[in-house]
Design a protein around this ligand. Sequence first.
Ligand code: UD1
Length: 430
Amino acid sequence: MTKYLIHGGKPLHGTIEISGAKNAAVAIIPAALLVDGKCRIENVPQISDVTLILQILQDLGADVRAVNRTTVEIDCSHIRNKPVPYELARKIRASYYLVGALLGRFGRAQVPPPGGCNLGGRPIDQHIKGFIAMGAEVEVHSGLIDARMPGGRLSGGQVYLDMVSVGATMNIMLAAALADGLTIIENAAKEPHIVDLANFLNSMGANIMGAGTDVIKVRGVKSLRGGSYSIIPDQIEAGTYMAAVAAAGGEVLIQNVIPKHLDSITAKLLEMGVDVEELDDAVLVRRTGPISRANVKTMPYPGFPTDMQPQIAACLCLARGTSVLTEGVWESRYRYVDEFRRMGAKIQVDGKVAVIEGVEQLTGAPVHACDLRAGAAMIVAGLAARGDTEIGGIYHIERGYENIVEKLSSVGADIQILYQPDDETQSQAG
Ligand code: UD1
Protein backbone atom coordinates (compact mmCIF):
# COMPACT_ATOMS: atom_id res chain seq x y z
CA MET A 1 0.00 0.00 0.00
CA THR A 2 1.53 3.31 -1.07
CA LYS A 3 1.68 5.92 1.68
CA TYR A 4 2.90 9.44 2.30
CA LEU A 5 5.56 9.91 4.94
CA ILE A 6 5.84 13.39 6.42
CA HIS A 7 8.50 14.52 8.80
CA GLY A 8 6.70 17.50 10.29
CA GLY A 9 7.58 20.70 12.08
CA LYS A 10 9.20 22.59 9.19
CA PRO A 11 7.84 25.98 8.17
CA LEU A 12 7.04 26.36 4.46
CA HIS A 13 8.70 28.96 2.21
CA GLY A 14 8.39 29.59 -1.52
CA THR A 15 5.79 29.52 -4.29
CA ILE A 16 3.06 27.02 -5.17
CA GLU A 17 1.19 27.02 -8.47
CA ILE A 18 -2.49 26.02 -8.31
CA SER A 19 -3.96 23.63 -10.91
CA GLY A 20 -7.34 23.73 -12.63
CA ALA A 21 -10.43 23.14 -10.49
CA LYS A 22 -11.39 19.49 -9.99
CA ASN A 23 -15.08 20.17 -9.45
CA ALA A 24 -15.25 22.32 -12.61
CA ALA A 25 -13.30 19.79 -14.71
CA VAL A 26 -15.48 16.83 -13.75
CA ALA A 27 -18.56 18.71 -15.04
CA ILE A 28 -17.02 20.46 -18.05
CA ILE A 29 -15.55 17.24 -19.49
CA PRO A 30 -18.99 15.52 -19.59
CA ALA A 31 -20.40 18.76 -21.04
CA ALA A 32 -18.26 18.07 -24.13
CA LEU A 33 -20.82 15.33 -24.90
CA LEU A 34 -23.29 18.05 -25.85
CA VAL A 35 -20.97 19.69 -28.37
CA ASP A 36 -20.79 19.03 -32.13
CA GLY A 37 -17.11 19.17 -32.94
CA LYS A 38 -13.88 19.41 -31.05
CA CYS A 39 -13.58 21.01 -27.57
CA ARG A 40 -10.14 22.09 -26.51
CA ILE A 41 -10.05 22.28 -22.71
CA GLU A 42 -7.07 23.91 -21.01
CA ASN A 43 -5.90 24.02 -17.38
CA VAL A 44 -7.19 20.48 -16.78
CA PRO A 45 -5.84 19.11 -13.49
CA GLN A 46 -3.90 15.84 -13.70
CA ILE A 47 -5.81 13.92 -11.06
CA SER A 48 -7.38 10.49 -11.02
CA ASP A 49 -10.98 11.78 -11.05
CA VAL A 50 -10.25 13.50 -14.38
CA THR A 51 -8.61 10.36 -15.78
CA LEU A 52 -11.73 8.37 -14.84
CA ILE A 53 -14.22 10.78 -16.39
CA LEU A 54 -12.13 10.89 -19.59
CA GLN A 55 -12.11 7.07 -19.62
CA ILE A 56 -15.91 7.07 -19.38
CA LEU A 57 -16.13 9.41 -22.39
CA GLN A 58 -13.70 7.23 -24.34
CA ASP A 59 -15.76 4.16 -23.51
CA LEU A 60 -18.76 5.92 -25.07
CA GLY A 61 -16.74 6.52 -28.23
CA ALA A 62 -15.31 10.01 -27.68
CA ASP A 63 -12.02 10.86 -29.32
CA VAL A 64 -9.81 12.15 -26.49
CA ARG A 65 -6.34 13.52 -27.22
CA ALA A 66 -3.87 14.98 -24.72
CA VAL A 67 -2.34 18.05 -26.36
CA ASN A 68 0.03 18.68 -23.47
CA ARG A 69 0.13 18.09 -19.72
CA THR A 70 -2.89 20.29 -18.98
CA THR A 71 -4.77 20.49 -22.28
CA VAL A 72 -7.10 17.89 -23.79
CA GLU A 73 -9.10 17.87 -26.99
CA ILE A 74 -12.37 15.97 -26.88
CA ASP A 75 -14.47 15.20 -29.91
CA CYS A 76 -17.79 13.51 -29.19
CA SER A 77 -19.07 13.53 -32.80
CA HIS A 78 -19.06 9.72 -33.02
CA ILE A 79 -20.26 8.91 -29.55
CA ARG A 80 -22.63 5.95 -29.01
CA ASN A 81 -25.40 6.04 -26.49
CA LYS A 82 -24.98 2.99 -24.27
CA PRO A 83 -24.97 2.31 -20.54
CA VAL A 84 -22.01 3.77 -18.67
CA PRO A 85 -19.91 0.89 -17.27
CA TYR A 86 -20.47 0.24 -13.59
CA GLU A 87 -16.74 -0.33 -12.93
CA LEU A 88 -15.94 3.24 -13.97
CA ALA A 89 -19.05 5.03 -12.69
CA ARG A 90 -18.87 3.60 -9.20
CA LYS A 91 -15.46 5.13 -8.58
CA ILE A 92 -16.45 8.72 -9.09
CA ARG A 93 -19.23 10.82 -7.67
CA ALA A 94 -19.26 13.13 -10.66
CA SER A 95 -20.38 10.30 -12.98
CA TYR A 96 -23.87 11.66 -12.23
CA TYR A 97 -23.12 14.47 -14.73
CA LEU A 98 -23.32 11.83 -17.46
CA VAL A 99 -27.07 11.61 -16.78
CA GLY A 100 -27.70 15.29 -17.61
CA ALA A 101 -25.29 15.30 -20.54
CA LEU A 102 -26.52 12.05 -22.19
CA LEU A 103 -30.16 12.94 -21.59
CA GLY A 104 -29.56 16.34 -23.17
CA ARG A 105 -27.78 14.88 -26.18
CA PHE A 106 -29.74 11.65 -26.85
CA GLY A 107 -32.90 11.84 -24.76
CA ARG A 108 -31.72 8.69 -22.93
CA ALA A 109 -29.14 8.10 -20.21
CA GLN A 110 -28.26 4.84 -18.44
CA VAL A 111 -25.77 5.52 -15.68
CA PRO A 112 -25.04 3.47 -12.54
CA PRO A 113 -25.70 5.42 -9.34
CA PRO A 114 -22.49 7.27 -8.48
CA GLY A 115 -19.83 6.39 -5.93
CA GLY A 116 -18.54 9.14 -3.75
CA CYS A 117 -16.63 10.18 -0.70
CA ASN A 118 -18.47 8.75 2.25
CA LEU A 119 -19.91 11.96 3.65
CA GLY A 120 -23.18 10.44 4.81
CA GLY A 121 -26.23 10.13 2.56
CA ARG A 122 -25.60 11.55 -0.88
CA PRO A 123 -29.01 11.52 -2.56
CA ILE A 124 -29.60 12.80 -6.10
CA ASP A 125 -33.35 13.36 -5.81
CA GLN A 126 -33.00 17.04 -6.77
CA HIS A 127 -31.19 16.15 -9.99
CA ILE A 128 -34.02 13.75 -10.84
CA LYS A 129 -36.67 16.32 -9.94
CA GLY A 130 -35.05 18.66 -12.48
CA PHE A 131 -35.03 16.05 -15.26
CA ILE A 132 -38.68 15.22 -14.58
CA ALA A 133 -39.55 18.92 -14.73
CA MET A 134 -38.10 18.84 -18.26
CA GLY A 135 -40.40 15.96 -19.26
CA ALA A 136 -38.06 13.00 -18.65
CA GLU A 137 -39.09 9.69 -17.12
CA VAL A 138 -36.56 8.44 -14.58
CA GLU A 139 -36.37 4.94 -13.10
CA VAL A 140 -33.74 3.18 -11.10
CA HIS A 141 -33.54 -0.51 -12.08
CA SER A 142 -30.89 -3.19 -12.65
CA GLY A 143 -28.28 -1.01 -10.96
CA LEU A 144 -28.87 1.87 -13.37
CA ILE A 145 -30.39 5.31 -13.30
CA ASP A 146 -32.42 5.05 -16.49
CA ALA A 147 -33.62 8.46 -17.69
CA ARG A 148 -35.50 8.79 -20.95
CA MET A 149 -37.34 11.51 -22.79
CA PRO A 150 -40.16 10.25 -24.98
CA GLY A 151 -39.59 12.00 -28.32
CA GLY A 152 -35.89 12.59 -27.70
CA ARG A 153 -35.57 16.32 -26.94
CA LEU A 154 -36.22 17.59 -23.41
CA SER A 155 -38.56 20.55 -22.93
CA GLY A 156 -37.66 23.53 -20.78
CA GLY A 157 -39.06 23.35 -17.25
CA GLN A 158 -39.02 25.15 -13.95
CA VAL A 159 -37.43 23.64 -10.86
CA TYR A 160 -37.08 25.02 -7.33
CA LEU A 161 -34.33 23.09 -5.54
CA ASP A 162 -35.31 22.02 -2.01
CA MET A 163 -31.73 22.57 -0.90
CA VAL A 164 -28.79 24.32 -2.52
CA SER A 165 -27.10 21.54 -4.50
CA VAL A 166 -24.02 22.04 -6.63
CA GLY A 167 -24.49 18.75 -8.47
CA ALA A 168 -28.21 19.24 -9.16
CA THR A 169 -27.66 22.80 -10.41
CA MET A 170 -24.94 21.71 -12.85
CA ASN A 171 -26.74 18.55 -13.97
CA ILE A 172 -29.93 20.45 -14.76
CA MET A 173 -27.88 23.06 -16.67
CA LEU A 174 -26.33 20.24 -18.73
CA ALA A 175 -29.70 18.69 -19.51
CA ALA A 176 -31.26 22.07 -20.34
CA ALA A 177 -28.57 23.41 -22.69
CA LEU A 178 -30.10 21.65 -25.75
CA ALA A 179 -33.71 21.45 -24.49
CA ASP A 180 -36.63 22.98 -26.28
CA GLY A 181 -37.45 26.29 -24.54
CA LEU A 182 -36.55 27.94 -21.24
CA THR A 183 -35.47 26.12 -18.07
CA ILE A 184 -35.43 28.06 -14.80
CA ILE A 185 -33.47 26.76 -11.79
CA GLU A 186 -34.41 28.51 -8.55
CA ASN A 187 -32.44 28.26 -5.30
CA ALA A 188 -29.46 27.36 -7.48
CA ALA A 189 -25.96 26.88 -6.08
CA LYS A 190 -23.52 29.75 -6.73
CA GLU A 191 -20.11 28.07 -6.52
CA PRO A 192 -17.37 29.31 -8.87
CA HIS A 193 -17.49 26.03 -10.80
CA ILE A 194 -21.19 26.64 -11.60
CA VAL A 195 -20.19 29.89 -13.29
CA ASP A 196 -17.33 28.05 -15.01
CA LEU A 197 -19.65 25.41 -16.46
CA ALA A 198 -22.02 28.14 -17.68
CA ASN A 199 -19.10 30.02 -19.25
CA PHE A 200 -17.87 26.84 -20.96
CA LEU A 201 -21.32 26.05 -22.38
CA ASN A 202 -21.94 29.68 -23.41
CA SER A 203 -18.59 29.82 -25.17
CA MET A 204 -19.75 26.79 -27.22
CA GLY A 205 -23.02 28.59 -28.13
CA ALA A 206 -25.37 27.91 -25.19
CA ASN A 207 -27.63 30.58 -23.73
CA ILE A 208 -27.31 30.47 -19.91
CA MET A 209 -28.02 33.51 -17.77
CA GLY A 210 -27.70 34.14 -14.05
CA ALA A 211 -25.00 31.59 -13.14
CA GLY A 212 -23.49 32.79 -9.86
CA THR A 213 -26.90 34.00 -8.61
CA ASP A 214 -29.64 31.84 -7.16
CA VAL A 215 -31.80 31.93 -10.29
CA ILE A 216 -30.32 30.44 -13.45
CA LYS A 217 -32.15 30.61 -16.78
CA VAL A 218 -31.17 28.30 -19.59
CA ARG A 219 -32.70 28.96 -22.99
CA GLY A 220 -32.14 25.78 -24.96
CA VAL A 221 -30.34 26.04 -28.32
CA LYS A 222 -30.42 23.61 -31.28
CA SER A 223 -26.74 22.72 -31.13
CA LEU A 224 -23.39 23.63 -29.58
CA ARG A 225 -20.22 24.08 -31.62
CA GLY A 226 -16.63 23.23 -30.73
CA GLY A 227 -14.22 25.75 -29.26
CA SER A 228 -11.51 26.39 -26.71
CA TYR A 229 -11.90 26.94 -22.96
CA SER A 230 -9.64 27.24 -19.92
CA ILE A 231 -10.83 25.88 -16.53
CA ILE A 232 -10.67 28.16 -13.46
CA PRO A 233 -8.08 27.55 -10.71
CA ASP A 234 -9.04 25.19 -7.90
CA GLN A 235 -10.43 27.09 -4.92
CA ILE A 236 -10.08 24.12 -2.57
CA GLU A 237 -6.56 23.18 -3.65
CA ALA A 238 -5.52 26.80 -2.98
CA GLY A 239 -7.36 26.81 0.35
CA THR A 240 -5.63 23.57 1.37
CA TYR A 241 -2.18 25.09 0.81
CA MET A 242 -3.28 28.23 2.69
CA ALA A 243 -4.24 25.98 5.60
CA ALA A 244 -0.89 24.16 5.32
CA VAL A 245 1.00 27.44 5.75
CA ALA A 246 -1.29 28.44 8.62
CA ALA A 247 -0.59 25.14 10.40
CA ALA A 248 3.11 24.69 9.65
CA GLY A 249 4.07 28.39 9.65
CA GLY A 250 6.26 30.20 7.09
CA GLU A 251 5.47 32.31 4.05
CA VAL A 252 4.18 31.01 0.70
CA LEU A 253 2.97 32.74 -2.45
CA ILE A 254 0.05 30.75 -3.83
CA GLN A 255 -0.18 31.55 -7.52
CA ASN A 256 -2.75 31.14 -10.29
CA VAL A 257 -5.77 31.71 -8.07
CA ILE A 258 -8.84 33.95 -8.25
CA PRO A 259 -8.54 35.67 -4.84
CA LYS A 260 -12.27 36.49 -4.82
CA HIS A 261 -13.06 32.74 -4.74
CA LEU A 262 -10.94 32.46 -1.59
CA ASP A 263 -12.63 35.30 0.33
CA SER A 264 -14.31 33.15 2.99
CA ILE A 265 -11.09 31.20 3.62
CA THR A 266 -8.96 34.37 3.69
CA ALA A 267 -11.37 36.06 6.13
CA LYS A 268 -11.25 33.08 8.50
CA LEU A 269 -7.46 32.82 8.41
CA LEU A 270 -7.14 36.57 9.09
CA GLU A 271 -9.44 36.10 12.09
CA MET A 272 -7.11 33.31 13.25
CA GLY A 273 -4.08 35.64 13.15
CA VAL A 274 -2.65 34.43 9.83
CA ASP A 275 -1.53 37.15 7.36
CA VAL A 276 -3.10 36.84 3.93
CA GLU A 277 -2.35 39.42 1.27
CA GLU A 278 -4.44 39.34 -1.91
CA LEU A 279 -2.62 40.08 -5.15
CA ASP A 280 -4.03 40.03 -8.72
CA ASP A 281 -3.82 36.30 -9.30
CA ALA A 282 -2.10 35.12 -6.13
CA VAL A 283 -2.36 35.21 -2.35
CA LEU A 284 0.63 35.58 -0.06
CA VAL A 285 0.10 33.63 3.16
CA ARG A 286 2.33 34.15 6.17
CA ARG A 287 2.19 32.87 9.73
CA THR A 288 4.79 33.64 12.32
CA GLY A 289 2.79 34.09 15.55
CA PRO A 290 0.28 31.82 17.30
CA ILE A 291 -3.05 30.75 15.77
CA SER A 292 -6.14 32.22 17.47
CA ARG A 293 -9.28 30.21 18.05
CA ALA A 294 -12.26 30.76 15.75
CA ASN A 295 -15.72 29.43 15.09
CA VAL A 296 -16.36 28.10 11.60
CA LYS A 297 -19.62 27.08 9.95
CA THR A 298 -19.62 25.53 6.50
CA MET A 299 -22.23 26.70 4.03
CA PRO A 300 -22.85 26.84 0.28
CA TYR A 301 -20.83 29.52 -1.58
CA PRO A 302 -20.06 32.29 -0.74
CA GLY A 303 -19.99 30.71 2.74
CA PHE A 304 -17.02 28.79 4.10
CA PRO A 305 -16.68 25.65 1.90
CA THR A 306 -17.46 22.25 3.37
CA ASP A 307 -14.55 20.90 1.31
CA MET A 308 -12.22 23.02 3.52
CA GLN A 309 -13.73 21.85 6.82
CA PRO A 310 -11.20 19.12 7.72
CA GLN A 311 -8.22 21.28 6.68
CA ILE A 312 -9.33 24.24 8.83
CA ALA A 313 -9.98 21.78 11.67
CA ALA A 314 -6.31 20.76 11.44
CA CYS A 315 -5.33 24.41 11.98
CA LEU A 316 -7.81 24.88 14.84
CA CYS A 317 -6.31 21.86 16.62
CA LEU A 318 -3.24 24.08 17.10
CA ALA A 319 -5.07 27.30 18.00
CA ARG A 320 -5.00 29.01 21.37
CA GLY A 321 -8.36 28.34 22.99
CA THR A 322 -11.48 26.39 22.06
CA SER A 323 -13.10 26.57 18.63
CA VAL A 324 -16.52 25.42 17.47
CA LEU A 325 -16.84 23.92 14.01
CA THR A 326 -20.30 23.38 12.51
CA GLU A 327 -20.85 21.32 9.36
CA GLY A 328 -23.73 22.89 7.47
CA VAL A 329 -23.71 20.85 4.26
CA TRP A 330 -23.03 17.14 4.84
CA GLU A 331 -24.52 14.90 7.54
CA SER A 332 -21.34 13.11 8.39
CA ARG A 333 -18.02 14.70 7.74
CA TYR A 334 -16.10 14.03 10.94
CA ARG A 335 -14.83 10.53 10.23
CA TYR A 336 -11.26 11.88 10.31
CA VAL A 337 -11.51 12.95 13.94
CA ASP A 338 -10.32 9.63 15.35
CA GLU A 339 -7.17 9.90 13.22
CA PHE A 340 -6.54 13.46 14.44
CA ARG A 341 -6.91 12.24 18.02
CA ARG A 342 -4.09 9.77 17.37
CA MET A 343 -1.95 12.82 16.65
CA GLY A 344 -2.86 14.38 19.99
CA ALA A 345 -5.79 16.57 18.90
CA LYS A 346 -8.56 17.27 21.40
CA ILE A 347 -11.87 17.14 19.54
CA GLN A 348 -15.39 16.25 20.69
CA VAL A 349 -18.07 15.68 18.08
CA ASP A 350 -21.79 15.87 18.62
CA GLY A 351 -23.77 15.54 15.38
CA LYS A 352 -22.83 18.37 13.08
CA VAL A 353 -20.77 20.20 15.71
CA ALA A 354 -17.14 19.60 16.65
CA VAL A 355 -15.58 21.35 19.63
CA ILE A 356 -11.83 21.65 19.24
CA GLU A 357 -9.62 22.49 22.18
CA GLY A 358 -6.30 23.73 20.80
CA VAL A 359 -3.11 21.95 21.86
CA GLU A 360 0.47 23.25 21.91
CA GLN A 361 1.74 20.57 19.53
CA LEU A 362 0.46 17.65 17.45
CA THR A 363 2.63 14.55 17.27
CA GLY A 364 3.18 12.41 14.17
CA ALA A 365 1.32 9.08 13.99
CA PRO A 366 0.24 6.48 11.43
CA VAL A 367 -3.16 7.60 10.06
CA HIS A 368 -5.51 6.63 7.26
CA ALA A 369 -7.15 9.04 4.81
CA CYS A 370 -10.85 8.18 4.88
CA ASP A 371 -11.80 10.55 2.06
CA LEU A 372 -10.28 13.18 -0.20
CA ARG A 373 -10.43 16.29 1.99
CA ALA A 374 -9.84 14.34 5.21
CA GLY A 375 -6.66 13.04 3.58
CA ALA A 376 -5.62 16.58 2.67
CA ALA A 377 -6.24 17.61 6.28
CA MET A 378 -3.99 14.81 7.53
CA ILE A 379 -1.22 16.24 5.37
CA VAL A 380 -1.86 19.70 6.88
CA ALA A 381 -1.73 18.23 10.39
CA GLY A 382 1.33 16.11 9.56
CA LEU A 383 3.26 19.12 8.25
CA ALA A 384 2.73 20.89 11.58
CA ALA A 385 3.24 17.87 13.83
CA ARG A 386 6.40 16.91 15.65
CA GLY A 387 7.85 13.65 14.28
CA ASP A 388 6.71 11.31 11.50
CA THR A 389 3.20 10.98 10.13
CA GLU A 390 2.49 8.09 7.78
CA ILE A 391 -0.70 8.52 5.77
CA GLY A 392 -2.43 5.51 4.17
CA GLY A 393 -5.37 5.58 1.74
CA ILE A 394 -3.62 8.18 -0.41
CA TYR A 395 -5.56 7.18 -3.53
CA HIS A 396 -8.28 9.38 -2.03
CA ILE A 397 -5.92 12.35 -2.04
CA GLU A 398 -4.74 11.69 -5.58
CA ARG A 399 -8.32 11.94 -6.81
CA GLY A 400 -8.21 15.66 -6.23
CA TYR A 401 -4.68 17.03 -5.76
CA GLU A 402 -2.22 17.23 -8.65
CA ASN A 403 1.40 16.55 -7.67
CA ILE A 404 0.80 17.34 -4.02
CA VAL A 405 4.08 15.78 -2.88
CA GLU A 406 6.14 17.75 -5.44
CA LYS A 407 4.30 21.00 -4.71
CA LEU A 408 4.83 20.72 -0.96
CA SER A 409 8.45 19.55 -1.31
CA SER A 410 9.16 22.63 -3.44
CA VAL A 411 8.28 24.86 -0.45
CA GLY A 412 10.48 22.93 1.95
CA ALA A 413 8.13 20.25 3.31
CA ASP A 414 9.72 16.94 4.18
CA ILE A 415 7.19 14.66 2.47
CA GLN A 416 7.81 11.57 0.42
CA ILE A 417 5.94 8.71 -1.21
CA LEU A 418 6.56 5.30 0.34
CA TYR A 419 5.99 2.80 -2.46
CA GLN A 420 4.96 -0.58 -1.15
CA PRO A 421 4.43 -3.60 -3.39
CA ASP A 422 0.88 -4.49 -2.42
CA ASP A 423 -0.63 -1.35 -3.96
CA GLU A 424 -4.14 -0.26 -3.10
CA THR A 425 -5.94 1.15 -6.10
CA GLN A 426 -9.56 0.39 -5.45
CA SER A 427 -11.05 3.81 -4.76
CA GLN A 428 -14.73 3.86 -4.02
CA ALA A 429 -14.83 7.59 -3.90
CA GLY A 430 -15.85 10.23 -6.36
C1 UD1 B 1 -20.24 18.88 -4.70
C2 UD1 B 1 -18.76 18.62 -4.67
C3 UD1 B 1 -18.31 18.27 -3.27
C4 UD1 B 1 -18.79 19.31 -2.28
C5 UD1 B 1 -20.27 19.60 -2.42
C6 UD1 B 1 -20.76 20.77 -1.57
C7 UD1 B 1 -18.32 17.74 -6.90
C8 UD1 B 1 -17.93 16.57 -7.72
N1 UD1 B 1 -18.46 17.53 -5.58
O1 UD1 B 1 -20.87 17.65 -4.33
O2 UD1 B 1 -16.90 18.20 -3.29
O3 UD1 B 1 -18.56 18.83 -0.96
O4 UD1 B 1 -20.57 19.91 -3.78
O5 UD1 B 1 -20.03 21.93 -1.90
O6 UD1 B 1 -18.48 18.85 -7.39
N2 UD1 B 1 -28.59 16.85 -1.64
C9 UD1 B 1 -29.82 16.22 -1.60
N3 UD1 B 1 -30.37 15.84 -2.79
C10 UD1 B 1 -29.77 16.03 -3.99
C11 UD1 B 1 -28.52 16.67 -4.02
C12 UD1 B 1 -27.95 17.07 -2.82
O7 UD1 B 1 -30.39 16.01 -0.54
O8 UD1 B 1 -30.34 15.66 -5.03
C13 UD1 B 1 -27.97 17.30 -0.36
C14 UD1 B 1 -26.69 16.51 -0.05
O9 UD1 B 1 -26.99 15.33 0.66
C15 UD1 B 1 -25.91 17.52 0.77
C16 UD1 B 1 -26.30 18.87 0.13
O10 UD1 B 1 -27.52 18.65 -0.55
O11 UD1 B 1 -26.33 17.50 2.10
C17 UD1 B 1 -25.27 19.44 -0.83
O12 UD1 B 1 -24.97 18.49 -1.82
P1 UD1 B 1 -24.42 18.91 -3.27
O13 UD1 B 1 -24.11 20.38 -3.30
O14 UD1 B 1 -25.34 18.36 -4.30
O15 UD1 B 1 -23.05 18.12 -3.35
P2 UD1 B 1 -22.42 17.46 -4.61
O16 UD1 B 1 -22.77 18.25 -5.83
O17 UD1 B 1 -22.67 15.99 -4.66
